[in-house]
Ligand binder design. Sequence first.
Ligand SMILES: CCCCCCCC/C=C\CCCCCCCC(=O)N[C@@H](CO)[C@H](O)/C=C/CCCCCCCCCCCCC
Ligand SMILES: [Ca+2]
Ligand SMILES: [Zn+2]
Length: 253
Amino acid sequence: MPSIFSYQSAEVDWCEGNFEHSTVIAEYYNTEWAPRTSQASQACARIELCSQKLSLLLAGIFSTYFHMTLSYVGQLLDELSILWTLAVAYAFWYPRIYFPKCIKSRKHFFWLSGVTTVISTLMSFIKPAFNAYVLNCIAFHLLYLTWRELKKCNDKRVHRMAAVMVVWWVLAISSWISDRWLCGLWQAINFPYFHSFWHVLIAMSLLYCCPLVIYFDVTYEMPSFKPKLGYWPSDSWPVVVPYVALEEPHKQC
Ligand SMILES: CCCCCCCC/C=C\CCCCCCCC(=O)N[C@@H](CO)[C@H](O)/C=C/CCCCCCCCCCCCC
Ligand SMILES: [Ca+2]
Ligand SMILES: [Zn+2]
């Protein structure tokens, strides 16, 4: 019986051919691009930002290990690190106004997120190949929340950043699905690399998602600050890094 650590013991195998470019790396291009996800993270100035940065870093490392080995353990680590990254984001930044009625404080919501994530972690061993679909569905909830927030917001910069985030995400999820479902077609034309595109495109989407999450959080939790979305080095450059800046309104006296 093969060990859960052995090469190709995972339940899924992505479209890219295995061991075509190296004898130790199963999927060369997917392994190459997997760590890019971690680069979407932000400055580590507060405990919540540090934990998010750490969990994204782990997601990048485990994803690299998964594509390198295609092992069962690699697959589970990859999926569980995404689950816990999402859990950290929800626990810290889920707006209070959307809390279920029975939850009275952020501390209670923390517990709810923790218990739900522990149960989901245990359930994820049942059918690991199914987990990735469930994780992708969480993005639909993030889209719904974004839409609810945009309805209340008149700032054109926020609408623009959300639109760009959604475009990157649509491209990302299309690449992920086409690698999963249309592999025969991509192999026939000798271009089985759509999963590696997913890694880059989801990182781009997260790059726009992070400032937006902080923007909405500051609006709710630090009302004395006025958050402003911007692009480095300048709005008009073709290649930019989105950011959020906090301005404290001048006190009257
Ligand atoms: C201030 C910062 C707030 C940030 C909040 C964002 C929280 C992001 C949480 C997790 C993102 C991790 C996604 C990285 C995935 C990398 C690993 C990977 O690609 N694994 C694949 C196999 O290699 C696996 O098949 C993928 C499974 C599905 C993952 C689904 C992730 C959903 C992430 C949602 C991103 C939101 C972007 C905006 C959507 C509107
Ligand atoms: Ca493969
Ligand atoms: Zn991957």
